[in-house]
Design a binder for this molecule. Structure first.
Ligand SMILES: [Zn+2]
Ligand SMILES: [Zn+2]
Length: 314
């Protein structure tokens, strides 16, 4: 089968690869790309196996055994570590990662598969993976009416959609005008910067943004840190707001199986306008070039269709 295989930093080759192994084999219909894929392509990533390796973790397709349409979750938790036992599967100490969506077929354990609601296209179903992380981040927050989101990339906009669908007042700060316009279209309000909000989500993944998110949080408020910074990043913290203003900092990482189900349901219910986040459909061969492009405009996700041939844009 054809697959995009990572041989090292910025060395991605589309080639004939061995058929995947796994409990269930899925014919991939759509694999969306995200910032994590860019990081993996550029520098490698802690969850990647040794090179050469398959990657792509937002994958929807059809089971070859039953013909059922499924979303392939990118991980299954061990079920027995302390966080798993405590109901926090998203921070499992020993998860199995399921990568390899940028290929004609992917193998996965049965437990990683979630049925796609009828009528939901494969590209939208694939987005349930990052959306599940947004569902989790919202759950890490509080029931504040006034919410700020720092960063109008796909994650910030997914957070905005979910929070606006709950009837909250949402401001999304981003320096790209196109992303502010997308926020407006999703029922939030685009702004160049945040003012002060009871609840702030950081969706950038840089220490400066973590600091700005803290500064934009009202006394007694909660900051949910959604964007992961490069491995080993440390930052000085102003202790005053944490002590005197009882500012709470909460990390939000990944998702649980129930949150994946909630994300699929939100997409099927129309709570998230996924078409606004859907970018161009591309072939496997177009993927290296796509990952290398710096996006200056709107926040959109590439959709890789492994059956599409080079250049034949749909
Ligand atoms: Zn992703
Ligand atoms: Zn575990």
């Amino acid at each position: 089968m054809r697959a995009a295989i990572l041989y090292g930093p910025e060395d991605l080759r589309v080639e004939d690869a061995p058929e995947p192994a796994g409990e269930v084999i899925i014919e991939v219909q759509a694999a969306t790309s995200c910032g994590t894929d860019v990081k993996m392509w550029r520098h490698g990533h802690p969850v990647l196996p040794p090179y050469p390796c398959a990657f792509g973790h937002e994958t929807a397709g059809v089971r070859t055994d039953t013909g059922e349409r499924v979303l392939v979750s990118d991980s299954v938790a061990c079920g027995s570590c302390a966080p798993c036992s405590g109901g926090r599967a998203q921070i499992c100490r020993n998860p199995t990662w399921i990568l390899g969506g940028f290929a004609e077929r992917i193998g996965a354990p049965e437990r990683a598969l979630h049925p796609v609601p009828p009528g939901l296209p494969a590209a939208a179903a694939a987005m349930a993976e990052p959306l599940a992380a947004a569902v989790h981040a919202v759950a890490r927050g509080i029931a504040a009416d006034d919410v700020g989101i720092l960063g109008g990339g796909p994650m910030g906009l997914m957070l905005a959609s979910l929070l606006a669908a709950q009837g909250r007042s949402v401001t999304v700060a981003d320096h790209h005008r196109a992303r502010r316009a997308q926020a407006d279209q999703l029922g939030a309000r685009g702004a160049a910067q945040l003012s002060r909000h009871e609840l702030v989500f950081e969706a950038v993944g840089r220490p400066e943004a973590w600091r700005a998110a803290m500064q934009a949080t009202a006394p007694g408020g909660v900051v949910v840190l959604v964007g992961g910074c490069p491995r080993g990043t440390e930052m000085p913290l102003a202790t005053g707001p944490i002590h005197y203003d009882e500012l709470e900092l909460r990390g939000a990482f990944h998702h649980s199986p129930a949150e994946v189900e909630a994300a699929l349901a939100a997409l099927a219910a129309g709570d998230v306008d996924w078409e606004l986040l859907q970018g161009e459909t591309i072939s496997l061969e177009q993927l290296p070039e796509a990952l290398g492009q710096r996006s200056a405009g709107s926040a959109r996700k590439w959709v890789v269709d492994p059956l599409l041939r080079r250049g034949a844009a749909r």
